[in-house]
Design a protein around this ligand. Structure first.
Ligand SMILES: [Zn+2]
Length: 517
């Protein structure tokens, strides 16, 4: 339930009859309601129109008054503009909320997709950090926060390398990089997920909702829509709803960036223009409607507001914090060894979800111990390895590995993941390069064979997988003209096939983010 002054006032105002009815309803089931979480986030990005500062302040304050901690993702230049305009009042109001990051200049070209489109993985991680480090540092300094609660890309200017750079630029609440935005590039079941080492609220699909602010007739359907989502999630045992706005929507007639940077336009700073503003009565009406909408959500049974900085505590990765049991690893190995020919995917065992990268890491660690003549110590923790950063080699001529060849390759893999913190793009068996997914099948077969025996299977041979698909890649979007080019700021038809190829490789790391048990 959400604590809110407004709810208390409303509760006092309801008639006795309603109260008795509500009590009877509550008494009908003693079961606790499954929790429906609501994350409300604002891309706070317009550094051109001062009225946007006032709208930001008013939103912060109206939510604080209701006991709601929202998430404001600030653009670096917006934070600097607030500082330069002396808006300590806005900064103070923002500090009551979770502060995320929304790029340094948002729509000034080149945007992240534009400058990362032709980069490989490592170059891209470095370039994102180079472009974004200062803006993130400015937001942290000006807002007085040591870590940023999340990052989310400007428009559709997404790139997988950005995700791997988040820790470097200080986006890691509770030491966990978080990504909060909306887009179609990658997603899992329209609920939070882990991908490329970051906890994501993204591609929320049917669990994303919002009310049109400037249409009186939009209030009733928006209330119905959010209630229906909450009812469905409750029936499913709980879940997260994502709602987003931009403070500028209350005051702009047209998006601030479309006025200046549309379809690749890139005027120098001296020629930036503020967007046309709405008349005050339209802004007032929008605030009133938004207040009604938020109060309505406060009253939804079982609803709870969450912010980006809460996410790591609400969705802990138990494979990292608690680790895998011996039973889990036995089951993972069994499933990989049996299903390896049809493909590899994230697997859920009880409260723990294991990405394909987690499976690879755990089996490498365990087999490493067996090779050294020791029993693996359980629980065995994952460390959040990244996926491979280059495409796998074509199927090797090898189909079987002798124990000794396997042992040497496995040792090399173990050294690689300890040093590089990612899945190798190729595993070497002497001069032969083997796809890591095919090698994972052999790892699982070796672990299943050796787990309980005394001594090593020196005279045995172990089959590799053959063109083993990583099925999790189906959750990564196909590259289409609209995926990046659909954003009004990008040039029409902007393509970034290399980014989506890198994104597919990171599907090794994709798994659901399960709520804390
Ligand atoms: Zn934005």
């Amino acid at each position: 339930m959400i604590f809110s002054v407004f709810r208390i006032c409303r509760a006092l105002a309801v008639s006795l009859c309603c109260w008795v009815f509500a009590e009877r309803l509550a008494g009908a089931t003693n079961e606790p309601q499954p929790e429906v979480r609501v994350i409300l986030w604002f891309d706070t990005e317009d550094y051109l129109l001062p009225a946007d500062d006032d709208a930001t302040k008013r939103l912060c304050e109206m939510l604080t008054d209701r006991g709601i901690r929202a998430t404001f993702k600030l653009v670096g230049e917006k934070a600097r503009a607030l500082e330069q305009r002396g808006r300590r009042d806005v900064l103070a109001a923002l500090r009551k909320h979770a502060i995320g990051y929304h790029s340094d200049f948002h729509s000034v070209h080149p945007t992240p997709t534009e400058y990362l489109a032709d980069c490989d993985w490592l170059e891209g991680v470095g370039e994102f950090a180079r472009h974004e480090r200062q803006g993130a540092a400015d937001v942290r300094r000006i807002l007085g926060v040591t870590t940023l609660a999340c990052y989310g890309q400007p428009g559709s200017s997404w790139a997988p390398q950005a995700i791997a750079a988040l820790r470097q630029i200080g986006v890691a609440p509770h030491d966990v990089p978080c990504y909060v935005d909306e887009g179609a590039q990658v997603g899992l079941n329209e609920q939070p997920f882990w991908y490329a080492g970051a906890l994501h609220v993204y591609h929320m699909g049917a669990n994303l909702t919002r009310m049109e602010l400037h249409d009186e007739a939009a209030i009733a359907p928006a209330k119905t829509a959010v209630s229906e989502i909450a009812d469905r999630l409750r029936r499913q045992g709980g879940g997260l709803i994502s709602i987003f706005y931009h403070p500028g929507e209350w005051v702009h007639r047209e998006f601030w960036d479309a006025v200046n940077f549309r379809r690749g336009a890139n005027p120098p700073r001296e020629q930036w223009r503020a967007p046309p503003q709405r008349p005050p009565e339209e802004t007032e009406a929008a605030f009133r409607r938004f207040g009604q909408y938020v109060d309505y959500i406060c009253g939804i049974p079982g609803a709870r507001w969450v912010s980006a900085s809460d996410l790591p505590l609400l969705y802990p990765d138990l494979t990292q914090t608690e680790g895998a049991t011996a039973e889990d690893l036995k089951e993972l190995a069994r499933r990989i060894a049996e299903d390896g020919s049809t493909g590899l995917d994230a697997l859920r065992l009880g409260p723990r979800a294991y990405s394909v990268a987690d499976q690879f890491e755990l089996l490498t660690l365990a087999v490493d111990e067996l090779i050294a003549g020791r029993k693996p110590g359980f629980p065995l923790k994952t460390s959040g390895l990244l996926g491979p950063v280059a495409s796998p080699p074509p199927a090797a001529g090898l189909s079987q590995l002798s124990w000794l060849a396997f042992r040497d390759a496995a040792r090399d893999v173990s050294g690689f993941i300890r040093t590089q913190r990612r899945i190798p793009a190729r595993v070497f068996v002497g001069p032969e390069a083997v796809a890591p997914a095919d090698f994972l099948v052999a790892l699982a077969r070796v672990y299943s064979a050796c787990r309980t025996r005394v001594g090593l299977p020196v005279s045995e041979e172990f089959p590799l997988g053959r063109n083993t698909p990583v099925l999790a890649a189906r959750h990564v979007a196909a590259e289409t003209p609209d995926l990046f080019g659909g954003w009004i700021i990008h040039k029409e038809g902007l393509r970034a096939p290399k980014l989506m190829e890198l994104a597919r490789l990171q599907a090794w790391t994709l798994k659901p983010a399960l709520p804390a048990p």
